[in-house]
Every structure is written in C-alpha cells, then in structure tokens.
Design a protein around this ligand. Structure first.
Ligand code: NAP
Length: 314
C-alpha cells in the first residue's frame, strides 16, 4: 500500500530538523526532505556564537547542524534527498512532486528557508564562481592573500568580512549608506580590525574581466561619481562577496493557494499555521522579526507539536 506520511517536512535547516526531532519523538511517521546539504544557510556560516547552550565557542554551522540531524534521526524521523518541484496542498492528503518520486502526507511543514539575494549589478551571473561568491566559508580559501570586497552592511556582511580577513590581504566592505546595519558589538569588532576597510555610500554597478573578475565600477550614491576598481596587476583578479539579505525559497508554492507576502515570505499565526489546513511554515521562510537559528528551531518545534495535536483529533 502506498505510504501516506503523518507529516513531511520540506527542508533540513534548523527549523526542519527541529520539527523532525519533535515529530519523531512523538511517534509520528515523519519524513524530512532536503534537496542539497543539511543546514540551509548555517551550512555556509563560519561560526555560530549566539545559539543558547552551544557547547563549543565559535562552533561552525555544519558541526552544529550535523548534531541536530543525528538527534532528529535518533528519534525516528525518516530522511530523503529529493527536490520538490510542485505541490498539491489542498485536501486531506497533500502530494509533493519530487524529482525522484511523489510523497503523500496528511500534513506539511514548510521549512525551506531562504537564499542569498543577488547584489544586483551588471554581469553578476557571468562572474559567479569566477570571483563572485555568496559564501565566505565555502570560498574564502580561494582568496588567500588576494584583495576582497564585501557588499552589504548587515550582520552577515560584517561578520563574514571579518572571517575573510583571515585569508585575504585586504577586505573592503562596500555599503550603500554611511552607517552599518550590523549590531553594535559586531561593528565594534569590525572597526578594530586593521585588515578591514569601508567604502561608504557606494553600490557596485558593473563587473568586468576576461574570464575572472578583475575590475568593477562602483557608484557613490551621494555624488553619482563612478570609480573603477582594478585588480592589483600581480593578482590579476579579486573577490566580491555579496551579503545583501535573503530571498525566501517559496517559488514552488506560487499559485497553490498558499498565502505569501509581496516578498514571498509565508505569514503564519503564532502556532505556525498557514492559511491552508494541514500546512505549517517554520523558520526563515515565514514572516517574522528575527531570523536566527534559535527562532528557526523554536518554530520547528511548535509546528510539529501542532501537527501532533491536530492528528490526535483524527
Ligand atoms: P540584513 O540584515 O537584511 O542586511 C542586508 C544588508 O544589505 C543591509 O546593510 C542593506 O543595506 C544591504 N542591502 C540590501 N539590499 C542591497 C542592495 N540591493 N545593494 C546593496 N546593499 C543592499 O541581512 P543579513 O545581514 O543577511 O542578515 C539577515 C538576518 O540574519 C538579520 O536579521 C540579521 O540580524 C541576522 N543575522 C544575525 C547574525 C548574528 O546574530 N550573529 C549573523 C548573520 C545574520 P541597508 O542597511 O541600507 O538596508
């Protein structure tokens, strides 16, 4: 007989793994689906310093997530590696169409997270992987002793810029305003770092190079002046890292009846219910004020407990 899960969780980041842990622990037939590597955005984060009770100071994202995954599996949550392409979320039995197979389930917890927003400059796609990156943990070692530029002024940009100073000769943060958005204690550390420099009121408008990124045009938004930054001739290239926020992974839910806001985030009530019965959202994918590992994990737990409560009414 075809298997119908109690709950399928889309995404194995902190929200999905936490949902899986709670669902498994309450004996539900739960499946966690992940299309890539576990961890979502924390899989590409160098150090996690603000997850409560963290055992190891400055532990990396992948280490933390590996423990979360092991814990969820230990409580019986099943795992599958597949990429969901389309969904049918109405009705008692929901159907998720993956690349490998279809999945039927009474409940869905959407924990599909978010991905890096593009910088938005000309030729960005041409130089992605050829100088342009959105992941310092993944790519910092390619820029050992090179010059690196970081776009953005939030916590991600400033923390990842500091991480990049361990590898690069010089790191310059390019920010569109004259004040950082990052938390004050993060800023204090950054301003003390001798390898970290700042280019204020500036946006990257175009990238150039023969194969690899070797020059870019940067516009001062106050004066309109455009400056061309060239790679050091001895290097022949430089790195450009974008950390200008995130975009939710919700494209597959468009047109399904699932309510989303104008940016694609999913509104829920405080118990993670979406507008569709049996469909919950948890973590960075939902409309919320604080996107952190701790809030994602909490969302996942709440969603799984709500599924369990609804199932005891069957
Ligand atoms: P963010 O806080 O939204 O910051 C995005 C930054 O990019 C802002 O400085 C913004 O400028 C700039 N920006 C946005 N669009 C741009 C564009 N088109 N061109 C140039 N610059 C652009 O995003 P985030 O840093 O990725 O952080 C996301 C969330 O995760 C936040 O809530 C953050 O606090 C949290 N986070 C926390 C930690 C931590 O606690 N250690 C670490 C990482 C992230 P403006 O400032 O002018 O808007």
């Amino acid at each position: 007989m075809e298997e119908i899960y109690d709950v399928v969780i889309i995404g194995a980041g902190p929200a999905g793994l936490s949902a899986g842990l709670y669902a498994g622990r309450s004996q539900m037939n739960a499946l966690i689906l992940e299309r890539g590597q576990d961890g979502g955005q924390i899989a590409i984060t160098d150090s996690i310093e603000n997850y409560p009770g963290q055992a190891v100071q400055g532990e990396s994202g992948p280490e933390l997530v590996a423990r979360m995954a092991k814990q969820a599996e230990g409580f019986g949550a099943k795992r599958a590696s597949d990429s969901i392409q389309s969904v049918e979320l109405n009705g008692d039995v929901k159907v998720l169409h993956g690349v490998k197979q279809d999945y039927k389930t009474h409940n869905v917890i959407i924990a599909s997270g978010a991905h890096a927003r593009p910088i938005g400059c000309e030729n960005e796609g041409v130089f992605t992987g050829k100088g342009v990156s959105y992941c310092a943990t993944c790519d910092a070692n390619f820029f050992e002793d090179f010059e690196v530029y970081v776009v953005g002024g939030g916590n991600s940009a400033v923390e990842e810029a500091m991480y990049l100073t361990k590898f690069a000769r010089k790191v310059t943060v390019i920010h569109r305003r004259d004040q950082l958005r990052a938390d004050k204690h993060v800023q204090e550390k950054a301003f003390k770092n001798p390898k970290l420099h700042f280019m204020w009121d500036s946006v990257v408008v175009a990238l150039h190079g023969e194969g690899l990124l070797s020059s870019m045009d940067v516009k001062n938004v106050k004066t309109g002046e455009i400056t061309t930054i060239e790679a050091d001739p001895d290097d022949g290239m430089f790195g450009l890292f974008g950390f200008v926020g995130t975009v939710p992974n919700t494209k597959i839910f468009e047109g399904t009846g699932l309510e989303m806001d104008e940016r694609g985030y999913i509104p829920t009530d405080q118990d993670m219910h979406t507008n569709l019965p049996g469909v919950y959202a948890a973590g960075d994918v939902r409309v919320k004020s604080l996107r952190q590992v701790v809030t994602a994990a909490a969302d996942g737990a709440i969603a799984a407990v709500q599924v369990e409560k609804s199932m005891s009414n069957y």
